[in-house]
Write a protein that binds this ligand. Structure first.
Ligand code: GLA
Length: 436
């Protein structure tokens, strides 16, 4: 982490709200119960018009938790946990027969559980088993259902670096190994199928720290050989500070959109961990997948179309009121080629006359933190108490656009003040207030 969490004061803006207007990669994602969504290393499955998100609860000893949604934005907790089992890592759901099943890693073996409805309570189905063909212990679980043969496949990554694909039999038991990848140290597997090509997405092995996730492909899941790897995002982005867990296909009336679901872990995989979901661009002729980075986005689940904010009011930092040492500087990456620096101590930027719609509103802060800097940024609205931006969005400083929610008054009388703490080197380009 480049940024220090030196909070100046608490209060002002709360990220909690009942309806979410955007998917904001890396920001705290609140449920409709105003709790932070706690379903890490998980997956999403659609049944009817409802999406079910299952994952491990970092605040409850990695029990399997589930949430439901009809729009992929607003998620309601089901009765949780799905079972009292603890330390079940990366739980995944499947429906190989009349029951619903959850498979996850417990003590480096597979534990299966089943239920009569996807959101019911699950009962353990037998004990922990090692994976066929023999004594394969592993860490990370993935899931893929092939529409071609209507078969569910369990994906696993092992301590000895083999990523393995096992068929799930009609009775729910883990069946034969149908494929494996032995091309290096990879984990966190997921598969996406597009235009007849199977893409295997995996991360490198760096514990909770993010790394550049990779893509392999084959045209035959059973027995085919894997080509690759090719990175899924620019290497330096480290998968936008996340690790793969699942690929969700949304087949809409206008287009099919593939969604990368990643975990943005905190340093211990704890409750401060967040999610990075992004649309995936599929290049079928080049056999490549690329994450389409958006600071904020959403999907129309009926049409499959992705939307990003289109109505924004922009305020340039160099045109705002500068206090103390704050001064205008040339800035190559800034929209107007100028920005404001010397933003520490008494150096602050005050945007007066900011127009608000009344209530919580997304505001994108465009600023740059040099990689070696230890600076953190804070914001205050209408001279309220200052809040560290990384408290509102822990990706502050990783990317040049940091969306956070601020409570703005209706009308053009708002003042938004931006400052930094603990270091030099931040250049503020401007702010953009999102109105859609
Ligand atoms: C890997 C796994 C995670 C977690 C960490 C622990 O990154 O993918 O799920 O187990 O290791 O270090």
């Amino acid at each position: 982490m480049r940024l220090h969490h030196s909070v100046l004061a608490l209060g002002v803006a709360s990220v909690a709200q009942a309806a979410n207007s955007w998917i904001v990669p890396g920001a705290a994602w609140m449920s409709t119960s105003n709790t932070k969504i706690d379903a890490h290393g998980g997956m999403v499955y659609k049944q009817g018009n409802t999406f079910y998100w299952v994952g491990q609860s970092a605040s409850h000893n990695e029990q399997p938790f589930m949430y439901t949604s009809t729009n992929l934005l607003d998620w309601t907790p089901t009765s949780n946990p799905k079972n009292s089992i603890q330390y079940m890592w990366r739980p995944k759901v499947a429906k190989p027969n009349g029951n619903w099943w959850i498979y996850g890693q417990v003590d480096r073996n597979v534990q299966a559980m089943k239920a009569t409805a996807i959101d019911a309570s699950y009962t353990l189905s037998g004990g922990k088993v090692t994976l066929p063909p023999s004594g394969y212990t592993y860490s990370d679980t993935g899931m893929f259902r092939d529409d071609a043969d209507q078969t569910w496949y369990l994906l696993t990554s092992a301590d000895h670096n083999t990523v393995q694909v096992n068929r799930i039999n009609a009775d729910g038991a883990v069946g034969d190994r149908v494929n494996y990848l032995a091309k290096g140290a990879y984990e966190a597997p997921g598969i996406l199928k597009a235009n007849g090509i199977y893409y295997l997405i995996v991360s490198g092995k760096t514990g909770w720290r993010s790394n550049p996730n990779q893509v392999f492909w084959t045209d035959k899941l059973v027995g085919g050989s894997w080509n690759g790897p090719v990175g899924i995002a620019p290497e330096a982005e480290k998968t936008y500070n996340s690790q793969n867990t699942f690929e969700l296909t949304v087949a809409g009336s206008k287009k099919t959109t593939y969604i990368y679901m990643g975990d943005s872990w905190d340093s211990k995989g704890g409750p401060d961990s967040n999610y990075v979901w992004l649309p995936i661009k599929v290049d079928t002729s080049g056999k490549k997948l690329t994450l389409e980075y958006h600071a904020q986005w959403k999907i129309d689940v009926a049409t499959g179309e992705v939307q990003v904010p289109s109505v924004k009011r922009r305020y340039e930092a160099e045109l705002a009121t500068l206090d103390g040492r704050a001064a205008i500087t040339q800035c190559e990456h800034c929209v107007s080629k100028r920005g404001v620096y010397q933003l520490n101590g008494d150096g602050v930027v005050r945007f007066g006359n900011v127009t608000g719609l009344g209530g919580l509103q997304w505001v994108q802060f465009h600023y740059h933190v040099p990689p070696s800097s230890e600076a953190g940024a804070w914001v205050s609205v209408n001279d309220g108490s200052a809040v560290n931006i990384s408290e509102l969005n822990h990706r502050a400083g990783y990317h040049s656009v940091v969306p956070i929610q601020l409570d703005l008054k209706e009308g053009s009388e708002n003042t938004v003040t931006f400052g930094t703490s603990g270091g030099e080197g931040i250049v503020l380009d401007g702010i953009e207030v999102v109105e859609d």
